[in-house]
Design a protein around this ligand. Structure first.
Ligand code: 5RP
Length: 234
């Protein structure tokens, strides 16, 4: 199902579309509750907008050290995920989302914590600009967080599926995640059945988290378009 809110200007930049969906996500906040907060540049817009409601929420559970810092800087209390039983809503971006709400995530290397907080949440509200909407997942290189000892074997396994694998670097060295592990970015995949794919890859020894979110898919997508914020529900 899709509905559209008031039109945005046709000349809006990607950054402005991110601001628009970040603000639109405020309408999903349940007053008096703790909010699940994701990571990335779109979520940063949401966090900035959340400041206007900070007295109406108990606080947040965050999916990255970077988001935690931003939330705290605004005076929003950040709870450990083990302190909560359930979150009513989780707001996060994505690198790709399909028309069923399946996503690729992890462009910001926070996929493991994002999947954990999404699993705690009753509703995943995905905030993206329209460039992220795809028919089939896989154009964006798939992030996979792995234990370094398994790098060679997992690389071979992806190559057998037709993937091309790169270790994500930062400053010329393998990027180290918030969890002390590394990220492989796998290009050249066409993920026709996201659930089956997530299930299979998650079982490979050494895989911490695969960046396909099919079991923790979005229930709502707020899509920033030149004609306004479209709300897709799945
Ligand atoms: C971080 C993520 C982000 O949600 C994803 O990369 C989208 O980021 P952005 O809003 O900056 O485009 O999964 O791990």
């Amino acid at each position: 199902m899709t509905s559209t809110q008031p039109p945005a200007s046709a000349a809006m930049s990607q950054d402005e579309l991110k601001t628009l969906v970040g603000q639109a996500a405020l309408s999903f906040i349940v007053p008096g509750e703790i909010v699940g907060v994701g990571s990335g540049s779109t979520v940063n817009k949401f966090i900035a907008a959340l400041a206007s409601m900070k007295d109406q929420i108990r606080g947040a559970v965050s999916s990255s050290l970077a988001s935690t810092e931003r939330l705290r800087a605004l005076g929003i209390q950040v709870f450990d995920s083990n302190e909560v039983d359930r979150l009513s809503v989780y707001i996060d971006g994505a690198d790709e989302i399909d028309h069923q709400g399946h996503m690729i995530k992890g462009g910001g290397a926070a996929l493991t914590r994002e999947k954990i907080v999404a699993a705690l949440s009753s509703k995943f509200v995905c905030i993206v600009d329209e460039s992220k909407l795809v028919q089939t997942l896989g154009k964006f290189p798939l992030p996979v967080e792995i234990i370094p000892m398994a790098r060679r074997r997992i690389t071979q396994q992806f190559e057998a599926l037709g993937g091309r694998v790169q270790v994500r670097l930062k400053g010329g060295q393998p990027l180290v995640t918030d969890n002390g592990q590394i990220i492989l970015d796998v290009s050249g995949l066409q993920i026709a059945d996201p659930r089956a794919f997530e299930l299979e890859i998650s079982q490979w020894p050494g895989v911490v988290t695969v960046g396909v979110f099919a079991f923790q898919k979005a229930q709502v997508c707020l899509l920033g378009t030149a004609s306004g914020v479209k709300t897709m529900t799945f």
